[in-house]
Design a protein around this ligand. Structure first.
Ligand code: MLT
Length: 259
């Protein structure tokens, strides 16, 4: 039997479904540390490590569907029928899978710094390059390769400690989970057609300086998801929850108040 997926469960329900927060790659649930206090005052927040990352078990196979089913196992264990599913970047890919597989469990979506499209030729080749790098040199080399675009130029200039927070988080990711996630992202399905199927309230949020999943992709998702809201976070890159936590939390709590 596989060990359980670890998660934080903080705050309390205030008549609305809890908020589940799914981190990106190669992150862990501490990605949310700076926003959990504010979000936890507004609602119950459940933040797991994704399989193979943080302290989660590293047993494969890895796929967006499997990550999604891991989240459902947590909701089942906590007897949570429906939740607002929030995911940043790879966490957003998981949120799409969760919506496709378990729409009845989704009360809303927060799609942060993510994209609907699948990896194309160059993107897939880059995943293979990073897998080979991880196998030979380990996680820290992959982390350093990804760090460049993880935060925006404003953060890099004004808040260098944030860069070090991200560096430490990414370097400690287990290599099995890093390889598994890279292969799962490389092989993930295109979610573009999924956007038009989304019928729950949705917030699309993105750092204005995000170079990995640029704001144009968020604008396109916002336009394709009927009734969705769009929040662009100034002076933030790919991880606005770490770079501009107050603004990120305000965007999410403002959205939750509309539910
Ligand atoms: C992430 O932050 O999860 C990654 O940048 C996603 C990706 O590499 O596609």
């Amino acid at each position: 039997m596989t060990a359980a997926i670890p998660f934080d469960d903080v705050g309390r329900e205030r008549g609305a479904p809890p908020l589940v927060l799914l981190h990106g790659f190669p992150h862990d649930r501490t990605l949310w540390s700076a926003v959990v206090p504010a979000l936890g005052r507004a609602t119950r927040v459940i933040a797991p490590d994704l399989r193979g990352l943080g302290h989660a078990p590293v047993e494969g196979p890895y796929s967006m569907d499997r990550y999604a089913d891991d989240v459902i196992s947590i909701l089942d264990a906590r007897k949570v029928e429906r939740a607002v599913i929030g995911g940043l970047s790879m966490g957003g890919y998981v949120a799409f899978a969760l919506w496709r597989r378990h729409p009845g469990r989704v009360a809303g979506l927060v799609l942060a710094d993510t994209r609907a499209g699948a990896d194309a030729g160059a993107g897939r080749a880059n995943r293979d390059r990073l897998v080979a790098l991880a196998r030979v040199k380990g996680t820290p080399v992959v982390a350093e390769a990804m760090l460049e675009n993880m935060v925006g130029p404003s953060t890099r200039r004004e808040r260098p400690a944030v860069v070090e927070t991200m560096r430490a988080m990414m370097r400690r990711a287990p290599v099995e989970g890093v390889i598994g996630a890279l292969e799962a992202m490389r092989d993930r399905p295109d979610s573009t057609a999924t956007l038009a199927t989304i019928t729950v309230p949705t917030l699309v949020v993105c750092g204005e300086e995000d170079a990995l999943t640029p704001p144009e992709q968020s604008r396109a998702m916002h336009e394709a998801i009927a009734g969705s809201r769009l929040a662009l976070i100034p002076r933030a890159g790919h991880v606005p929850c770490v770079e501009r936590p107050e603004e990120f939390a305000a965007a999410v709590t403002g959205f939750l108040e509309t539910l």
